[in-house]
Design a protein around this ligand. Structure first.
Ligand SMILES: C[S@@+](CC[C@H](N)C(=O)[O-])C[C@H]1O[C@@H](n2cnc3c(N)ncnc32)[C@H](O)[C@@H]1O
Length: 350
């Protein structure tokens, strides 16, 4: 069988070959990571290049680089021309660092030792239910990011990249313009909030995140032209949150935490919404889809498990968590994709 490895070709492979392909995932992912780190896609942006030229530009060993590129071309990541030069494909376009929708930082983050050492301890998690990350490093994930600023910066860039990819979809599917004052809690460097404010010029926003993360935010808000409508509040979402907002966004935050910790973050939002029956909690997360179907949320769920003991959740799990924390779901989000869960506080004491 010849041709680039793709879904149709994979489905046509005999089961034992498909099984081996699955176990090859780590090898393939290393190929992708090395090529991303070397910036090969950026080198090819102006046109095809020979391996020797790529090796000279990236200070690498030409024969070894050529063999790595040959694997990448088998997956359609690059294409080897008849003259032996390599060129970009639609897949590697997204590996460039300077294009809208670039996935380079996410690929770099996925290839970091901190992620792979966690997966190396997956058996520990499966036996104990405890996060593999703590077993591998002896401390928690976010503490690790504080101790290793470079790792923290890469994680933040990868999250910003993910946020860029999902922000438009969320903004198209839900009207954030209903709200005049929006707090983005655990909002990272503020990319999502800047997109919300850019689309809704009447709205004001507050960004809340760990101090080491928010210090990067003013530049991002400045570049987006919304800095005059944002307050940046370094803080801890396990402590009191600022009141006075019509909507509190938690985007890709609650999946980092187990139900107990997630409920305490929700408790802080509930406190902040006290006295405002029209106020809303807007949870933006990937909703796990039906069984026996591929959705990336099922894999990300394992990331949450090994890194923090967190989880991606399906509709029923969200409803149960919300009920525990004194909220109810107002809308009916679609599973198997990113969704906005609109929630209101249920009146009464908690
Ligand atoms: C997975 S990231 C999501 C970031 C952003 N909402 C987005 O969608 O790109 C989780 C965020 O929670 C923040 N975070 C973790 N612990 C926190 C805490 N105790 N208080 C405030 N923010 C925290 C992290 O710094 C990080 O920015």
């Amino acid at each position: 069988m010849t041709g680039v490895v793709g879904p149709a070709m994979i489905a046509a492979l005999p089961p034992h070959v498909r099984l081996l392909l699955l176990t090859d995932g780590k090898r393939i992912s290393r190929v992708l990571h090395v090529l991303a780190e070397l910036g090969i896609a950026d080198e090819l942006a102006d046109g095809p290049l020979a391996v020797t030229e790529l090796a000279a530009r990236t200070d690498t060993h030409a024969d070894s680089l050529g063999r790595v590129l040959r694997v990448a071309a088998a997956f359609g990541l690059f294409e080897e021309q008849e003259d032996g030069r390599y060129r970009l494909t639609d897949l590697s376009e997204a590996l460039r660092s300077d294009v809208p929708g670039s996935q380079r930082d996410m690929v770099l983050y996925n290839g970091t030792e901190m992620l792979w050492r966690s997966y190396g301890s997956l058996m520990h998690t499966v036996r104990t239910g405890r996060p593999a990350f703590e077993n591998a490093y002896g401390h928690g994930f976010f503490e690790h990011l504080e101790r290793h600023p470079e790792a923290g910066a890469l994680f933040d860039r990868a999250m910003t990249g993910m946020s860029r990819a999902t922000a438009r979809m969320l903004l198209d599917s839900y009207d954030f313009g209903r709200f005049g004052r929006i707090a983005d809690v655990g909002g990272g460097r503020g990319h999502f909030l800047s997109e919300v404010l850019a689309r809704h010029p009447h709205a004001r926003g507050t960004l809340i995140d760990r101090p080491s993360v928010t210090e990067e935010a003013p530049k991002l808000f400045g570049d987006a032209g919304v800095a005059d409508r944002v307050d940046v509040v370094p803080g801890d979402f396990f402590q009191k949150l600022p009141k006075g907002h019509d909507a509190y966004v938690l985007k890709a935050v609650l999946h980092d935490w187990d139900d107990e910790r997630a409920a305490s973050i929700l408790g802080r939002v509930r406190e902040a919404l006290e006295g405002d029956p029209d106020g809303r909690l807007l949870i933006c997360e990937f909703l796990i889809g039906p069984a026996n179907q591929w959705d990336r949320g099922k894999l990300l769920d394992l990331d949450m498990l090994v890194r923090f003991g967190g989880r991606e959740r399906g509709g029923d799990q969200w409803r149960a968590l919300l009920e525990t924390a004194g909220f109810e779901l107002v809308n009916d989000p679609v599973p198997g994709r990113w969704a906005v869960l609109e929630c209101r506080a249920v009146p009464g004491d908690r």
